[in-house]
Design a protein around this ligand. Structure first.
Ligand SMILES: NC(=O)c1ccc[n+]([C@@H]2O[C@H](COP(=O)([O-])OP(=O)(O)OC[C@H]3O[C@@H](n4cnc5c(N)ncnc54)[C@H](OP(=O)(O)O)[C@@H]3O)[C@@H](O)[C@H]2O)c1
Length: 272
């Protein structure tokens, strides 16, 4: 068994998960990179300190198997990074039953399943850190994303609550809250509801989402925050990562002004 530290990551095929896997690997960590399709694995992941597992976070048995094999290979999981997720955007009236359930199945229950997979070993060793990717959308509401935003609010509640049951076993919980980050999030990974009454708002929302993320910071910047979370030794719950101006404005402005500002941004996106 090696003595270097190990991290177990969900959603390591692209974006924040991939950048985090690479940074930790470069820093000498052992990396268990899980992804839905291992064909999406980066070429460096075939190295000695990395293992790749097929893992959909809607499948508890796949997560359990991946965690079990990681433990066999690395001896322990020091840090679990529950990162997999995607955004269901668009108005509530346009959502199918399947779309609504899937958003929470992946973003919320996927995190709970990841915790269930890694907690038994951490509990037995009385040591471990679970970092979950939330979002600034877990703190504030945004237009044309009620399901995604509410799923991330649920993640905030899940982790803020779960830390009380896990702390007595030496397991620490931290929430990563990125702002807009340039990943596949607003294109390949995005799902949209559809409804003719909201056609203009949907097309403005799509444009705003793509424009915002195209000019956003790179996921490597977020990976640096994850590394800090894993190594700073602090007993701290929330870490913002490149949040942009939104969280500060949300806190500072009266609600009427905040809403007006966001509605104006949506109207401008619709015009352009
Ligand atoms: N980009 C942003 O602006 C932003 C801001 C705040 C928070 N976030 C959060 O950051 C996390 C990572 O997103 P990203 O920005 O890096 O976007 P991304 O590049 O689209 O990555 C999303 C990752 O999640 C995986 N995933 C989706 N559904 C899955 C499932 N059912 N089982 C397992 N893996 C699944 C994807 O796998 P596949 O390759 O198989 O699709 C991919 O690896 C998400 O939780 C997202 O909500 C993103």
């Amino acid at each position: 068994m090696s003595h270097s530290r190990s991290i177990f990551i969900t959603g390591a095929s692209s974006g924040i998960g991939l950048a985090t896997a690479k940074l930790f690997h470069d820093k000498g960590w052992q990396v268990a990179a899980t992804m839905r399709d291992p064909k999406d694995a980066a070429s460096w992941m075939t190295g000695e300190r990395c293992v790749i597992f097929a893992c959909d976070v809607t499948d508890q048995s796949a997560l359990d198997a991946a965690a079990g094999e990681t433990l066999s290979k690395f001896g322990k999981i020091d840090v679990a990074f529950a990162n997999a997720g995607y955004g269901l955007n668009g108005p509530i009236e346009g959502a199918t039953e399947e779309q609504m359930l899937r958003q929470f199945d992946v973003n919320v229950h996927g995190v709970a399943r990841t915790i269930k997979a890694v907690a038994p070993d951490m509990r037995a060793r009385k040591s471990g850190l679970i970092i979950t990717t939330s979002s600034i959308g877990g703190l504030i509401g945004m237009p044309m994303a009620p399901f995604y935003i509410s799923s991330k609010h649920a993640v905030e509640g899940l982790i803020e609550s779960a830390r009380f049951e896990l702390a007595p076993f030496g397991i620490q919980m931290k929430l990563l809250e990125p702002g807009g980050i340039k990943t596949d999030f607003s294109r390949r990974s995005a799902d949209w509801t559809d409804h003719p009454a909201y056609a203009d708002a949907i097309s403005a929302g799509k444009k705003m989402a793509v424009d915002l993320l195209d000019s956003a910071p790179a996921p490597e910047k977020v990976a640096e925050v994850v590394l800090k979370m894993a190594t700073d030794g602090k007993d701290r719950l929330r870490y913002l990562a490149k949040p942009g101006p939104y969280v500060a404005l949300y806190k500072a402005l009266p609600d009427r002004l905040w809403r007006g500002m966001i509605q104006m941004a949506l109207r401008n996106a619709a015009k352009n």
